[in-house]
Ligand binder design. Sequence first.
Ligand SMILES: Nc1ncnc2c1ncn2[C@@H]1O[C@H](COP(=O)(O)OP(=O)(O)OP(=O)(O)O)[C@@H](O)[C@H]1O
Length: 255
Amino acid sequence: MLKLENLSVAVNNRPILHDVNLHIKQGEVHVLFGPNGTGKSTLIGAIMGFARYTITAGKIYFKGQDITNLPIDERARRGIGIMIQRPPTLRGLSVREMVNICGKNQADVEILAGKTNMLEFLDRGVNEGFSGGELKRSELLQLMAQQPELLMLDEPESGVDIENIAVVGQAANYILERGTRKNGQTIKKRRLDRLKSGLIITHTGHILDYVPADMAHVMYQGTLSCSGNPQEMLACIHDKGYEECINCALEGVKI
Ligand SMILES: Nc1ncnc2c1ncn2[C@@H]1O[C@H](COP(=O)(O)OP(=O)(O)OP(=O)(O)O)[C@@H](O)[C@H]1O
């Protein structure tokens, strides 16, 4: 689904990512851990094609096609969707209108808004005065209408209360087409049955209680230093902090 080959990215002429290689197969969800400021948001922003990220080397392949130089709208059309940490406020455009645009007027706005607890926000300007949790739900509502094949989420649980983390998790599962039971437990579809993929940045790992991941990576100083089992890596980071991952990176050891 997504393949990064030796990807290097700069922001304002400052190199941020160095030689990143990553392969997310169809149906897989990968999770990205890492200390603040190491380049996680830069990675997903570069995959989406935001103009501020300059690709200085390497390639991005999506569904087998080289998309390294494609504009952001074309990447969205091909099936890439993103939830960023601080989406802008769009005055004069209501959430309802935005969801209709994302869903090419085919989405059932009211049903999707019900799933994300966003019914009462539909006629407000996009992100206008939204709280942290409302911002996340608004972004997910738009993504549910867009139906991307690759879903990228930047810290989906940050600023979200306990009850709404379940809503966020269920919305992500809806987009990834994984079932969720009423008690919030995710039904793990057989990997062969899954068609959609995800890349999720998380510091706390709470989202993994709802959206199980297949693989985790740690980003350190702009490179992917370790890859392994998400729950094991999360437990290791909770126990020992990132120092252990950094030691692995320095020793060139893969978990
Ligand atoms: N416009 C810019 N000019 C210079 N440096 C920038 C710019 N935008 C981002 N950076 C730097 O790029 C680095 C990587 O930022 P990024 O947001 O990708 O990190 P992150 O791993 O997602 O961090 P966090 O966990 O805090 O969200 C940071 O040091 C940041 O200050």
